[in-house]
Ligand binder design. Sequence first.
Ligand code: SAM
Length: 254
Amino acid sequence: MQRYFVAPEQFGTDQVSIGGEDARHIAKVMRGKAGDKLIVSDGVSREALVEIALIEIGEVVVNILEPLEMTHEPRIKITVAQSLPKGDKLETVIQKCTEIGAVAFAPFLSERTIVQYDERKESKRLERWRKITKEAAEQAHRNIVPAVLSPLSWKQLLQSFSGYDAVYFCYEKEEGLQLRSAAAPWLSALPPESAGKVMIVVGPEGGFSPEECRAAEEAGAVSVGLGSRILRCETAGMVAAACILYESGEMGGA
Ligand code: SAM
């Protein structure tokens, strides 16, 4: 069943108003008609089974049939921090990690970031990245739309670590501690109902320097390996997010 995210203020007591691109999609692509059922979510706390009541130019009004439980979200809240990669690789990371269950993305700049970040294009790129999270969240039946932060400087990234219960700095030269050994004990010690906040930090195509690894550890991150194979920068975050959610039992199964 098609799912749409709307802003909380569009959610009324008995009806929801759907506008913009989603209204066009319902009318033109889905060829919606009165009586058709959809799912709408405000991406925060309300989700409902609804039925089309009225289709007008630029607006679709739906009647709320029944509220739905928001049960598709992992309790481990993963933020994927990714050093800005070249081309559209970040779009791949955002799409796939949204499907996997990440709740936020924090692009950042590091020593070996190749792409020249142009602040003038920031709003356009942010808009594109946020569109991708919304579409991926709808496709994956997520209850929330992950956030995409404005790109952070290296210093801002380090300062953000204190806001997380665990920060795993994926370091390709880490021959000691591997992600599973670092995360498993912490996850199993987590009280069943509590939601742990985790950041996964992934470098650019050229990787991290030893100095960056040291600085990250001093700021509270744990340097971890992801096994002996070198993953592409756009693969590493997906692997780390999936491994953590698998380890915490949130990829299905007991
Ligand atoms: N230029 C580096 C090299 O050839 O050794 C590879 C960097 S890798 C393409 C990009 C990022 O993915 C790394 O900075 C790291 O964050 C992550 N990564 C890839 N493979 C990893 C591994 N086996 N262990 C930990 N992190 C890894």
